[in-house]
Design a protein around this ligand. Structure first.
Ligand SMILES: [Zn+2]
Length: 630
């Protein structure tokens, strides 16, 4: 695919220019923009792969050979391919980006297979970035006009002088409908480009107008420093819009990935192995100016999994090297809720996540204004582990003066302690929790153990968490399990042999597993003739009450296929049932292989490798089977 694309695109940029770009590009520098690389010996570098989820680095870069390769997921290539994959650029866009970086003037050749173009076609990304760069200049110039007085006051009131405003490229969107749009159109940007970039939008009359009006603007940059969007603060009371407006989703602006300030903070984040997540643009500025250079903020969205991915690669957060992530939240309910949600979502980061709440519920910007730079640094230094924070807030909701209150608080808090990934830390927290609750250690320990036993231990083969009596039918996983059981109950003659051949362990939901066990105990689906007698036999063989009820339900629930089920449908269903666990096992095996030294543990290495190959073969077969043999 890549080679074809190269061949096709090579007609546009001259081959010798592409070769020159490859030659003059330092692959290590390009990759270092998004992935923190450490020495791997032999002149090679390694880091956490941006293309698959991993805990120890298997992403290798060879500056000498100008290539990168990931032993975890098999991705690899040159610098051009890296930008294509990592930034979702086209081949041309990648070459253009690298050329700009290396100061190479690209020459384009006319494509003789089509009509000559009026001018060389640049990649879309480059055009959108260029439009943003022009918009930054425009808005910045507007900030010193008479109409921008309120914007300058806003910055001054928050302790930001002219130099600070310039460092962050602050600007002002004037009180006009289409000043920016006209300005950019004059510079050669098309109607479509301005709309796609999110800088302009069509008005009701159909003409193009500016997206931002009468607002203070912060340019939002990606990791490499390119401006990809804006954050806009309301300044006037008669502005009906929300307090903050951001660029909408565009081909270059994805709010789930964007972190404001990351371009300025990334070196320090990688160097210090820590990042401070704050809530707004002014907080990022205040932190950086106060001597906390690792601060970033999300833009118009909650901190999520994609943000964690971006940061983990900068932090090189591995099992061996632990990066620290510090959230500063308002002490208010929303901030606390956000902190607890982070705890819910992210098991991996739990032990390394900290909360910094300022005593007077001030955000970093207010804190710097009221108490100075030192107070901001102090806020970050006085961070508290997320676990402690979460426990304190959980417990505070109960009346600990009553036995009922203490027991209920213990029941609610125990699962939080059970979630602590670092098992060695658990006893410490059990003691602490018991102390905070004013209870003996033993009952708390029991509650934590009980909660831990119902928890997945981390791997994909771990037992499922305790499930509700009635299995949910929403999840695709649950749906497939249910479908397989329906086939065995309703169509045992057709589905029996294939159904019996799939191991009981593939049924993750306990109630589903109970029904699967009952079918086996009743002699297996392959031996059944079907009908009401078969359903009764299975029900009798089921020693789980919820399972017995489910047998009756599944015996009558329509199959999810139009028309009569056939062998192909059975085969597809059973393949989908096994798919999740096979891919999970492949993932586990790959990570195990990666941790083994192939030289000193040669035998084990090759044994595991053989196992991996056969599993992958199995996965391929299943995938074909799931696709219906196509
Ligand atoms: Zn990878």
């Amino acid at each position: 695919m890549y080679a074809e694309e190269v061949a096709e695109m090579a007609g546009r940029i001259r081959d010798e220019d592409i070769a020159l770009v490859r030659e003059r590009t330092s692959i290590a520098e390009v990759i270092s923009d998004t992935v923190t690389l450490k020495s791997a010996g032999g002149g090679n570098l390694k880091g956490l792969c941006p293309f698959h989820d991993e805990k120890s680095p298997s992403f290798n870069v060879s500056p000498a050979r100008n290539v990168w390769y990931c032993f975890g997921c098999g991705a690899g290539g040159d610098a051009i391919k890296f930008l294509m994959d990592a930034e979702h650029l086209s081949f041309v866009e990648s070459v253009e980006r690298l050329a700009a970086r290396a100061g190479i003037q690209l020459r384009y050749v006319e494509d003789d297979r089509s009509a000559p173009r009026p001018r060389p076609q640049q990649g879309q990304r480059q055009r959108l970035v260029a439009a943003h760069a022009a918009a930054v200049d425009f808005y910045r110039a507007q900030l010193s006009t008479a109409g921008a007085r309120r914007a300058r006051e806003f910055l001054a009131e928050r302790g930001f002088d002219r130099a600070a405003a310039e460092r962050y490229g602050c600007g002002f969107a004037p009180d006009a409908w289409d000043l920016l749009t006209k300005h950019l159109r004059q510079q050669g940007f098309t109607h479509d480009e301005l709309v796609t970039a999110g800088l302009s939008r069509p008005s009701r009359s159909g003409s193009l107008i500016d997206r931002f009006r009468r607002r203070l603007l912060w340019p939002i940059r990606d990791l490499t420093g390119d401006v990809i969007g804006f954050g806009a603060r309301k300044l006037f009371d008669d502005d009906d819009g929300p307090k903050y407006l951001n660029t909408p989703e565009t081909p270059i602006y994805k709010k789930s990935h964007v972190l404001y300030g990351i371009d300025q903070a990334k070196r320090e984040i990688a160097k210090q192995g820590k990042v401070v997540v704050v809530e707004g643009y002014t907080d990022v500025m205040a932190c950086h100016l106060a001597g906390v250079p690792t601060a970033v903020a999300t833009c118009g969205t909650a901190f999520g999994a994609d943000h964690i991915g971006v940061l983990r690669r900068l932090l090189m957060d591995t099992d061996a090297v632990a990066g620290e992530i510090i959230f500063t939240f308002d002490g208010d309910a929303a901030g606390q809720k956000a902190a607890l949600r982070a705890f819910e979502d992210d098991q991996r980061f739990v032990g390394r996540t900290f909360i910094a709440v300022s005593p007077d519920n001030m955000d970093p910007c207010e804190l710097r204004l009221a108490k100075g730079d030192l107070a901001v640094r102090d806020l970050v230094a006085r961070r508290e582990p997320l676990v402690d924070f979460a426990l304190r807030h959980m417990i505070n909701r109960y009346d600990l003066d009553t036995v009922d209150g203490r027991v209920e608080a213990m029941r609610r808090a125990a699962p939080l302690v059970a979630k602590i990934k670092d098992r060695e830390k658990r006893p410490e927290y059990v003691r602490k929790l018991a102390g905070d609750l004013g209870m003996e250690i033993e009952p708390v320990q029991r509650a934590v153990l009980a909660a831990a036993n119902g928890q997945p231990a981390g791997g994909s083969t771990a037992p499922a968490r305790p499930a509700p009596a009635t299995p949910s039918v929403d999840s695709p996983r649950s749906m497939v399990e249910r479908e397989a059981l329906k086939l065995a109950l309703q169509e045992p003659v057709l589905a029996g042999p294939m159904f019996d051949a799939v191991e009981a362990a593939e049924y993750r939901h306990p109630v589903h597993a109970a029904v699967r066990a009952a079918i086996a105990a009743a002699g297996g689906a392959a031996t059944a003739a079907g009908g009401a007698v078969w359903i009764e036999q299975v029900r009798d063989a089921c020693d789980d009450l919820a399972g017995q009820a489910l047998v009756g339900e599944l015996a009558v629930e329509p199959l999810r296929i139009d028309g009569e089920p056939d062998p192909r449908y059975v085969s597809v269903t059973m393949a989908r049932l096994q798919w999740g666990s096979v891919t999970g096992r492949i993932k586990d095996l790959k990570s195990k292989i990666q941790r083994i030294n192939p030289v000193s543990n040669k035998d084990e290495y090759f044994a595991l490798f053989g196992e991996l190959l056969s599993l992958e073969q199995h996965a391929r077969a299943l995938r074909e089977q799931a696709a219906g043999g196509l």
